[in-house]
Design a binder for this molecule. Sequence first.
Ligand code: UDP
Length: 376
Amino acid sequence: MKYDYLIVGSGLFGSIFAYEAKRRGKKVLVIDKRNHIAGNIYTKNIEGINVHMYGAHIFHTSNKEIWDYINKFAEFNNYVNSPIAIYKDELYNLPFNMNTFSKLWNIKTPDEAKRKIKEQISKLNIKDPQNLEEQALSLVGKDVYIKLIKGYTEKQWGRDCRKLPAFIIKRLPLRFTYDNNYFNDRYQGIPIGGYTQIIEKMLAGIEVKINCESKEFIKNNFDIASKIIYTGSIDEYFNYKLGVLEYRMIKFEHEKIDINNYQGNAVVNYTEKEIPYTRIIEHKHFEYGTQPVTIISKEYSSEWGVGKERYYPINIDRNNIFYSEYKKLSDKEENIIFGGRLGEYKYYDMDEVIDEALKCVNKEFKNECKDFGCYT
Ligand code: UDP
């Protein structure tokens, strides 16, 4: 065997594993089907602006160990995500907080906001929320749901809110302070200079093949490595033999505009159904850019099909059941580990991927903790 590990996919999971394996003296080969490394956190410098080519990635975590880990590979700025939502020309702050409520109802105090929400919730009589619509309505009431959730969510997922799992909406904070920070996490920021450098540093000194389809490669080189770390979609590995796991994909319309400030904020969500895109990202604001031009990306969420890029796993029952069957199959395979958003079919944030990758490293190299440290 030429390598100890063949790593399929150079995103965060695969690259962390590669980096940690190399540190421990293992021989590693990383392959990626795209013409670049870094998976969906790939950023490209265009006109001095780091463009998030596969959608906005804002790093946030409450785990100090993960924060310290990622900071070894880049310096992070103090960016705080505070998206704006536009609904039929009305402008609101996100996440749902006192700024949102005062604009919606012309009120001032947390008490007034709570009363208003309670009044709306009590009319609905939802005991045990079974889906995203019921969950949202029972958390924030009808006005917020109609103006800021329903249209956006149905565009984003291409499904009625009653057919979507409740957990998706629990990602968003609800608070009764005038605080527009989208996340509740202790640590947050954007790597100064973009995300690609993080992966470049992780993969420094490691052999990497891009434009390399794993199926073909593994078929022709079945004995190249003792073990495979597979971060592609688990159903594809098994030739979809139990069925296809569904995803949502995003089509981006990137545009350079000859003005220095287009929308005054990195993230502006369009929450009504009639506008076909979900949000517009203005990348320079992630790094407080002062370039004379700007680059914006409109995000159009669309149905995914085999062969297209995967973005969001759709964790509805049908897909979760298929996934658990694939998981059983994968547990029977001795020399392969599945990881990451696609390998584990989970709507992971970046910090969760790092957590999973470091746990996987711990498990794989349990005897070497003494010399190389161990993730706790
Ligand atoms: N969401 C919403 N209105 C918004 C933004 C988000 O209803 O203006 C809901 C929507 O269902 C979305 C979920 O919250 O899928 C999670 O949003 P988040 O911004 O965390 O998604 P991501 O950044 O991963 O696309």
